[in-house]
Design a protein around this ligand. Structure first.
Ligand SMILES: C[C@@]1(CC(=O)O)C2=NC(=C\c3[nH]c(c(CCC(=O)O)c3CC(=O)O)Cc3[nH]c(c(CC(=O)O)c3CCC(=O)O)/C=C3\N/C(=C\2)[C@@H](CCC(=O)O)[C@]3(C)CC(=O)O)/[C@H]1CCC(=O)O
Ligand SMILES: NC(=O)c1ccc[n+]([C@@H]2O[C@H](COP(=O)([O-])OP(=O)(O)OC[C@H]3O[C@@H](n4cnc5c(N)ncnc54)[C@H](O)[C@@H]3O)[C@@H](O)[C@H]2O)c1
Length: 162
């Protein structure tokens, strides 16, 4: 696999479509929540917690190609790998797809994340071991505690004075 490129995205006003309404769909939606992105979930069934998330619109149906029209980011998160593969096939070349069941098929993957307001630490193993990414996150959470929010603000103020 080619090396991956890390980036912090401004998703305000963009559209993300999540195919599937289960455990993994919920995790991806929680990661997107608060970014200003419009989240559309396409799935016959949906977890209550996902349905209740702010910014989520639920289309109660099985996936069809037309569901990803105009999407900037697409998450294939059904429990049917053939459906996830079909989602990838339906995407236009200029759309970004995350196949949660097969990293090699993905245009982007999501890292394990520690967030302290403006401070964001993203940890990735390039898809090799999500479990290790999660373990490292847990290990680093104490090192990068809530105080960091204030440290960032302090440095930002000092910077603005210059
Ligand atoms: C970090 C985290 C963030 C998040 O989900 O947002 C994340 N996976 C997490 C957990 C986790 N995932 C899996 C397990 C079970 C143990 C295991 O199988 O290893 C656990 C552990 C658990 O749940 O405790 C299973 C799994 N994951 C992927 C596949 C398919 C494949 O490998 O091809 C399969 C097999 C599915 C199957 O069985 O069919 C794929 C991906 N998972 C990624 C991210 C991307 C790579 C990240 C990187 O290393 O850079 C990537 C490539 C795509 C993507 O999803 O974006 C999140 C931790 C959240 C946290 O921080 O708490
Ligand atoms: N990336 C990760 O971190 C990670 C971790 C574990 C599992 N996975 C993968 O994630 C996938 C989903 O796992 P889950 O635990 O969320 O499953 P789940 O059973 O909780 O949810 C599956 C969802 O897919 C929906 N669905 C099924 N067929 C559909 C279709 N044709 N169109 C639209 N929606 C459809 C179901 O209604 C359900 O809401 C699995 O394929 C698994 O391989 C990924």
């Amino acid at each position: 696999m080619e090396k991956l490129y890390p980036v912090m995205m401004n998703l305000n006003g963009k559209k993300a479509v999540i195919i599937g309404g289960g455990k993994i769909a919920l995790r991806k939606a929680k990661g997107l929540a608060g970014t200003g992105v419009k989240i559309v979930v396409v799935s016959p069934g949906i977890r209550e917690e996902l349905f209740k998330l702010h910014d989520v619109v639920w289309k109660q149906k099985e996936f069809e190609a037309k569901d990803i029209k105009g999407a900037h980011l697409i998450f294939a998160a059904t429990d049917n790998k053939a459906v996830n593969e079909y989602v990838c096939q339906c995407a236009e070349a200029n759309q970004w797809v995350n196949d949660t069941s097969k990293s090699e098929r993905s245009d982007f993957i999501t890292p394990a994340v520690i967030r302290r307001d403006k401070f964001i630490l993203a940890i990735s193993t390039s898809g090799a071991s999500p479990e290790l990414a999660k373990e490292l996150k847990i290990e680093l959470e104490n090192r990068y505690d809530n105080k960091l929010e204030y440290t960032v603000d302090m440095y930002a103020k000092r910077r603005n004075k210059k």
